[in-house]
Ligand binder design. Structure first.
Ligand code: MN
Length: 241
């Protein structure tokens, strides 16, 4: 029996690099994404940002699952809104890249794990919208951009039954929170599977046979020290086999 480890494609970010002589761009990911997926039994493959459709299709074709990582805000023009005061920096190249990764992962039936910005990208691709800052959501009172150690959970989430999230974590959990955008209108073929106590969407999954597990929190920062979150990443990786 072979026990082949699944290849997990991890979306990279466009970062600014600089040495003493010149400046350049880096297509990179934080160590925690790579290390946590590897620790859960996957083989991390970082996917460099590109605007070439054929290359993005080849990436998705060659991996067993896709992780959409966190990062900058998404340009609100992507969901037909003008920028509001609290919107932060975005990168159009990365927005296009991530949206195409979602498109092809759905087309090729590859499981998708969306993390933070990744959840937001999935929602936008499927026709949903975002709050440009959680403060624009009525009733928001919880701090969703925590200070201090990112591996520490700071607020509760209430988890819906009949979801991947519920099968691993049960009805409630405490998660970290490092976001300032959040879902407003839900995209098609999606269901909310967890919310915070102030009504912010904290997780979504697919209602059809596409495999989508998307989290507004950061499992990659918690899994080394939190047994439940480790099991959640284990579940995603094993679902990619
Ligand atoms: Mn939160």
């Amino acid at each position: 029996m072979s026990s082949k480890k699944p290849i997990i494609g991890i979306s990279s970010d466009v970062l600014e690099g600089k040495n003493t002589i010149y400046s350049y761009r880096v297509y990179g990911v934080k160590d925690m994404y790579v290390d946590s997926i590897n620790a859960s039994g996957g083989v991390s493959f970082v996917l460099p940002v590109t605007n070439d459709d054929d290359i993005i299709r080849a990436y998705v074709n060659h991996v067993d699952g896709v992780v959409l990582t966190g990062g900058k805000d998404i340009n609100p023009l992507r969901w037909d809104e003008e920028p509001r005061e609290e919107i932060g920096e975005s990168n159009n190249l990365r927005d296009s890249f991530d949206l195409k990764l979602v498109e092809y992962a759905i087309e090729y039936k590859k499981p998708i794990l969306g993390i933070c910005r990744g959840l937001q990208v999935i929602n936008i691709f499927l026709g949903g919208t975002l709050y440009q800052d959680v403060s624009y959501s009525k009733g928001q009172y919880i701090k969703h951009a925590q200070k201090g150690d990112t591996h520490v959970g700071t607020h509760h989430i209430m988890i819906e039954e009949n979801s991947i999230l519920h099968s691993v974590l049960g009805p409630e959990y405490i998660v970290n929170s490092l976001h300032h955008l959040s879902i407003k209108d839900l995209g098609k073929n999606l269901k909310v599977t967890a919310m915070s106590n102030d009504g912010i969407v904290e997780a979504i999954e697919s209602t059809n046979d596409n495999y989508i597990l998307a989290l507004q929190f950061h499992p990659e920062a918690m899994s080394a020290s939190d047994e439940g979150i480790k099991r959640l990443l284990d579940q995603f990786v094993s679902d990619c086999v």
